[in-house]
Design a protein. Structure first.
Length: 650
């Protein structure tokens, strides 16, 4: 048997790229010298562009070590490398490819002494970095202040967002974390101490890999060396870059000016993570004599889906206009479906999923998308009742989320005083009581048979305050006549916990308010908790004996769905004041991003698109209210979709 090995590529006159590309793509492959912006519409083959452009450069005699390919995941970089190697039948081991953090790490290993680090610095992952922040809080004595203090992950995220947007921490708190504004001076002290500890320990966290990389590039001779090394710079998902990454790219492409940025302004939806759409919109202004290419041939969706999507995004002002053209044959028109309420909406989706599955569409080729996580609660319950197997992309099932389990732990401990897990979980949420102390208190109650009042007398002052608060809440819950009233009581305290403990606390609170509305349908706390436990017993069952164990319906927020595609897509909860998000209503920029979210959701569908909205809903503050479809639906021409009302068969 013969053995084969890959050898470095030296040029191949038989390399024929034109037969696999359309005219728009070929133009990019052949003409993308100098600063170039490729506006790659949804489903237009942007990955193929980067692969073939890379192969084209290699075929022209450019050495792999003189090319930098930056992606947002290492998986994407490996896929592009492997496909390029297969295309060229050669190894690309010397190619610089990977995420910003990966490339930054490689360069810092060579140049770290220039910024007073040694080359054997260690990298602290997010968990270790948060622990180091926690150490800083305690060493500064802030932990002992009378008031509660933001959790370590909140402080870490404030610092991370400040670095990536190139803003001061105070600015980030004002803009994204106003609810911790009173702690700003202390947070800044913690971050200063945290930076000092890292430097002393020769440690960098993930954000330092970029911050320190930019520091290196601000040294003229270093910038010159690497900008001359990288003759061609290519960047994927350019619309998702932040200000820090943008500055790095500017430095790296400063000598040859050969930067190829591939992205889509219509799919820029991550401003809350620091992504800055201005990096893309301002590209022609920042990079002089830039060429702009548009990829508008869509290989994913039917003409009907694209017709709606084109109209969705056409309403945005700040954009590079594009019009997606379909390759696929004609299909069904998108459907706008009015349901009576969220429960009928859930029943319709469950029923429709089963019907489509019976017609031959695998569950894994169907996705239910939503603007906010809380909108999926009733649907999850319906899917469990129908034994429809599903997976929540990028997260956990509704009742498995930490904040939901926290609130339910009070109710479980109330109806079952022997529930050790629930009791300890609820108790440890209070000031001065961690999991260890909660375990000790539980032991005294059960093994030593002490009453709560007896235990309270032996506790230190800080722990006593939290313990008394817990005991007070449990006593109040005993007087609650309904599960909804009980949850309302818990939320009076737990909202503050959300703000100091979680990212995007408003979304967590919306989840809990949705749980409260669900509880309103039950007459007692016991029946409510019992029903929830019954739902969990459905977990893992299939609704048919022949269902593939990996054939699961996909549930996802729209943010988590970007870059994916399914045969059938349901967009649920498409009502005013849910989509667009209420916070976006007073900002033109935010409203345009919300519209881009709708565009992203729509363009995930290959063939069937269902847009579902309830005409009435139960609100936490105002009770039952009448709603209408999102204003984004009313913006669309009537010919882009068909309207349906749900009618229950009696």
């Amino acid at each position: 048997m013969k053995n084969y090995e890959l050898k470095p590529f030296t040029g191949d006159s038989t390399f024929n790229y034109k037969k696999n590309l359309n005219p728009q793509q070929i133009k990019v492959i052949e003409e993308a010298d100098g600063p170039c912006l490729v506006l790659a519409g949804a489903g237009s083959g942007k990955t193929r562009i980067l692969i073939y452009r890379l192969a084209y450069l290699l075929n022209q005699g450019v050495y792999p070590e003189n090319i930098l390919l930056v992606t947002f995941t290492n998986k994407a970089a490996l896929e592009m490398i492997h496909r390029s190697e297969a295309l060229m039948n050669s190894t690309l081991s010397k190619l610089w490819a990977g995420t910003f953090h990966h490339i930054g790490n490689l360069i810092l290993r060579k140049e770290a002494p220039l910024i007073d680090y040694t080359s054997n610095f260690t990298i602290a992952d997010t968990a270790d970095a948060c622990d180091l922040i926690d150490d800083s809080v305690q060493e500064l004595g802030i932990f002992n202040k009378d008031k509660l203090f933001p959790k370590k992950n909140i402080i870490y995220n404030i610092r991370s967002l400040a670095d990536n947007t190139q803003k001061d921490a105070e600015e980030i708190i004002d803009e994204f974390y106003p609810y911790v504004g009173e702690y700003t001076p202390y947070i800044k002290k913690v971050l200063t101490h945290y930076a000092k500890k890292k430097k002393e320990a020769n440690v960098m966290d993930f954000d330092d890999l970029l911050i320190n990389w930019l520091k290196l590039l601000n040294i003229d001779q270093v910038c010159q060396r690497y900008s001359q090394l990288f003759r061609y710079v290519m960047i994927d998902e350019y619309q998702d870059t932040n200000k820090l990454q943008f500055k790095i790219l500017q430095k790296l492409s400063s000598y040859y000016k050969n930067i190829l940025a591939v992205g889509d302004d219509a799919q820029s939806i991550y401003s809350f993570r620091g992504a800055d759409i201005k990096n893309l919109l301002d590209f022609p202004r920042v990079f002089k004599n830039a060429k702009i290419f548009k990829l508008e041939t869509n290989y994913r969706s039917t003409p009907q889906v694209l017709s709606l999507a084109n109209e969705v995004i056409a309403r945005n002002i700040n954009q590079f206009p594009k019009k997606l053209q379909a390759v696929k044959e004609s299909g069904e028109a998108p459907m706008a479906i009015k349901a009576k309420d969220v429960y009928q909406q859930a029943k319709f989706v469950g029923q429709r999923v089963i019907a489509l599955h019976n017609e031959g569409i695998p569950l894994k080729e169907m996705a239910v998308l939503f603007r906010s996580r809380f909108q999926a609660l009733e649907l999850e319950v319906e899917l469990l009742k129908r034994n429809i197997p599903y997976v929540v992309r990028g997260g956990v099932r509704f009742f498995e989320q930490a904040h939901i389990k926290d609130v339910l732990s009070y109710l479980k401990a109330l109806i079952n005083p022997k529930d050790e897990l629930a009791f300890k979980r609820a108790l440890s949420l209070h000031k001065g009581i961690g999991r260890g102390f909660a375990h000790k208190i539980w032991g005294e109650m059960t093994k030593e048979n002490k009453s709560l009042s007896e235990i309270e007398k032996t506790l230190p002052k800080r722990t006593k305050e939290g313990f008394n608060h817990f005991a007070s809440i449990m006593e109040t819950l005993k007087q609650s006549t309904t599960p909804q009233k009980a949850i309302t009581e818990i939320l009076k305290f737990y909202k503050d916990h959300c703000y100091l403990s979680f990212e995007r606390p408003e979304d967590r609170i919306l989840d809990l308010e949705e749980l409260s509305k669900m509880a309103a349908r039950q007459s007692s706390i016991k029946s409510f908790v019992t029903d929830l436990d019954a739902f969990e017993s459905f977990k893992g069952q299939s609704f048919t004996s022949t269902t593939d164990i990996e054939d699961l319906l996909i549930l996802s927020t729209i943010h988590q769905a970007k870059g994916l595609e399914w045969e059938t897509v349901f967009i649920i909860g498409f009502s005013d004041y849910d989509f667009p998000h209420p916070k976006a209503l007073n900002s033109k920029e935010s409203m345009e991003e919300e519209r881009r979210l709708f565009y992203v959701a729509s363009t995930r569908a290959k063939s069937l698109l269902h847009i579902v909205y309830p005409e009435q809903k139960q609100t936490f503050k105002n009770g039952l209210v009448i709603t209408r479809a999102s204003q984004f639906l009313h913006e669309l021409p009537k010919e882009t979709y068909e309207e349906y009302d749900l009618v229950e068969n009696r």
